[in-house]
Design a protein around this ligand. Structure first.
Ligand code: ZN
Length: 127
């Protein structure tokens, strides 16, 4: 649950800091384990309890593939989209810059470098 929204309703396109994984054996770790490992370990590199591989947060770095969950929900979610609010991005990089065109009806408002896009399935603007 994040901000009152259930986890199954949230798609984190750039991954999440809530979990981490071993780059060598894929063992999963939670955020508490990762924080403890970073602050306890003298060299600040958390290592896997099973294989001593490097454990990293489950986020997407530049050049890495976006999570499968992002691609799996892309079409169905935008078909059912009534309101899309995009914040904190210039929308200059694909595939995110193409997302605002996916809902069938839309109106966009740009303000202070942020792009607010409001959509309605029935052509109504939701503010
Ligand atoms: Zn491992």
């Amino acid at each position: 649950m994040l901000g009152g929204v259930p986890d199954d309703k949230i798609i984190e396109a750039h991954g999440t800091f809530k979990e981490a994984y071993c780059q060598k054996c894929q063992e999963m770790y939670d955020l508490k384990w990762l924080k403890d490992a970073i602050f306890k370990n003298d060299d600040n590199v958390p290592t896997c309890l099973k294989c001593q591989g490097v454990v990293r947060p489950n986020i997407v770095f530049f050049g890495e593939a976006l999570p499968q969950r992002f691609w799996q929900h892309l079409d169905q979610d935008f078909q059912a989209c009534d309101c899309l609010i995009v914040l904190g991005t210039s929308l200059a990089v694909a595939p995110f810059n193409g997302l605002v065109a996916k809902p069938s009806s839309r109106k966009s408002i740009r303000h202070s470098g942020l792009l607010f896009c409001l959509f309605s399935e029935h052509g109504k603007i939701i503010l």
